[in-house]
Write a protein that binds this ligand. Structure first.
Ligand code: SAH
Length: 568
């Protein structure tokens, strides 16, 4: 199984060299540096605590180059919650000490040893069982799972107290451990996929060597699978994955069953009986069950990622205006899981940095439909694909193009893709927030680009929106190929609005070199606006007042107040 890529978190430039040494050992791991303190990090963060907790909750292994105490204090509030428990390590800034802190069952000691070896020091392993036996019995390698953790803990403490152990069944990693083996021992480690009655003094370890194939719709799939396993005398813990035909991909029953059983769900293109699906996926030792649910047992643990393929995923995401802290966490998580990232080059770069295993497909801004189709082609192969937009993907951006491509397609593989649109902070909202609340009452969002719609429609909408006293947000206000449109738009608005109406111009908001300018409709010149500018025009009630720093607050009150007279 591929292990999750750790995040290396540093607080100052003093730890950068150590961080880079560790990074060489974990290709794809990113160095997260505190903004203003670290130069040369892959990602910058503002708040150490929030960053560490977010990584932890996303189940990302954490290597923090700082005092162990800081890490413990920061993560303490999360430790009582159930949920993610990734490995967490503290490493001395000069690389002289490696301390595994949390995630004993997630392999933290293995990581500690790896890092210590890379830094040529020894890891501060404190787990007695592991020190004594050279392996953590409670944390079998991928392909094996421990039956009962509580029992396991007692088992290890009995071993530490001097008892011996007998091993039944085979697991190569156990053979390598230095367990105090004795064929007459009272304690037994039993490795096998058969369902057995619980026995005193027996620790069960299940190999994940069972595949369950389900053909067709089954009403309560997880109950049917459990029953079939029971009948076959096979432990549910040994199930490595569920398998179904491609035609079942979009259905929810199997997805729910896989979730309930905590196993991956894979697909093969073959249709037909469950036994046929099995033969397309693995070479089983034996098959039991019927045409609907077939259970196949393999000789060795199965690697689910090598069996068939997963349901592909396509997420159309909004990066927000640009600043990392204005990107929603769901979007960050989606970027982390992506195999492929598609988009206009500037936005793809904004979404990075990426790991070496992630494939970037940068295209011209105008090739929207082509990009959307390409995204479906990749996702239909079972890949996890992200299409990036700036701001919100549903606002003059890729979400509509992706849906249009799907709507036009009759390819079942495209319709099977797990499609999701993840929102972002749109430029109008990011700009409004910096100015105050100019869009605090009803407002209208318009793109002034007549590339994709007739100019006459734009004029009509401008006229009616201005007449209706809506505050206005203009996207795509001007460009080299559309030089006169903004001037004409302002003329139309001015027919219904006073020259003193507040106007906000936000340029590159949330990006380096951002500017925010507050002016009035009468003073606004088209030369103050370019294609990276957001234009917000107030309504008749929009007001301004000075801030102490010399700039201006702009807001549109929630109420018409003494202007509660109908508009003529
Ligand atoms: N999907 C994007 C909008 C794409 S249209 C969103 O929701 O924000 C592109 C237009 O958005 C630009 O011409 C500009 O008017 C505006 N825009 C996008 N990002 C901006 C930013 N960071 N600052 C100001 N305006 C921006």
């Amino acid at each position: 199984m591929t292990r999750p890529v750790p995040a290396i978190v540093i607080l100052g430039n003093g730890s950068l060299a150590t961080a880079q040494k560790i990074q060489q050992f974990y290709p794809g791991a990113l160095i997260h540096g505190l903004t203003g303190r670290v130069e040369g990090a892959d990602r910058v963060y503002r708040e150490f605590g929030a960053t560490l907790r977010e990584l932890y909750q996303q189940d990302t292994p954490i290597i923090a180059l700082c005092a162990a105490g800081i890490v413990i204090r920061t993560l303490a509030p999360l430790l009582l919650e159930k949920g993610a428990e990734p490995p967490v390590l503290a490493v001395a800034e000069d690389g002289s000490a490696v301390v595994p802190l949390l995630g004993g069952l997630g392999g933290v000691n293995v990581m500690a040893r790896e890092i210590a070896a890379a830094l040529e020091v020894s890891a501060a392993i404190t787990t007695s069982g592991e020190l004594r036996f050279g392996t953590c019995l409670l944390n079998p390698p991928s392909g094996y799972v421990l039956g009962d953790l509580e029992l396991g803990k007692r088992f290890v403490s009995d071993l530490l107290a001097g008892e011996t152990v007998r091993i039944e069944g085979s697991a190569p990693w156990l053979a390598q451990a230095q367990l105090p083996e004795n064929e007459h021992a009272r304690l037994t480690v039993h490795v096998g996929h058969a369902e057995r009655a619980p026995a005193a003094h027996e620790l069960r370890i299940y190999p994940r060597n069972v595949l369950v194939a389900v053909a067709g719709e089954v009403a309560d799939a997880s109950a049917a699978i459990r029953q079939a396993l029971r009948q076959a005398g096979i432990a549910v813990q040994s199930v490595a994955c569920l398998l179904a035909a491609d035609s079942e991909m979009a259905g929810s029953t199997l997805r729910e069953a896989a979730l309930e059983l905590s196993v991956p769900l894979r697909f093969v293109s073959a249709a037909g009986a469950a036994t046929e699906l099995v033969h397309h996926a693995i070479r089983p030792v034996s098959i039991v069950g019927d045409d609907v649910v077939a259970i196949a047992v393999a000789e060795q643990p199965l690697e689910p990622s090598q069996i068939g393929r997963p349901r592909g995923r396509l997420a159309v995401i909004g990066l927000g205006p640009g600043a990392a802290d204005l990107m929603v966490p769901a979007v960050k998580a989606e970027l982390a899981r992506a195999n492929d990232v598609l988009g206009y080059e500037t936005y793809v770069r904004m979404a990075g940095p990426f790991r070496a295993d992630q494939v970037l497909h940068c295209t011209d801004n105008r090739e929207e439909m082509q990009r959307a189709r390409h995204a479906f082609e990749l996702a239909a192969q079972g890949r996890s694909v992200v299409v990036v937009s700036s701001g919100d993907p549903g606002v003059f951006a890729m979400a509509a193009a992706v849906l249009e491509a799907l709507h036009e397609s009759s390819d079942a593989a495209w319709h099977n893709v797990d499609l999701e649109i993840l929102p972002g902070v749109s430029a109008s909202l990011a700009t409004a927030a910096q100015a105050g609340a100019p869009l605090g009452h009803d407002f209208c969002v318009l793109s002034l680009s007549d590339n994709l719609k007739p100019w006459s429609i734009i004029e009509k909408r401008l006229d009616l929106a201005a007449q209706a006293d809506l505050a206005l947000a203009f996207y795509n206000p001007i460009s080299r190929s559309r030089p006169w449109q903004l001037g004409r738009a302002l003329e139309i608005v001015s027919q219904h609005r006073e020259p003193g109406t507040p106007v906000v111009l936000g340029r590159d908001i949330g990006r380096p070199g951002q500017t925010l300018r507050v002016t009035t409709l009468g003073q606004l010149g088209v030369d103050q606006v370019d294609m990276r500018t957001m234009v917000l025009i107030g309504s008749s009630t929009t007001r301004v007042f000075p801030r102490l720093d010399g700039s201006t607050w702009v807001y549109t009150p929630r109420s018409y107040g003494d202007k509660l007279t109908p508009i003529q």
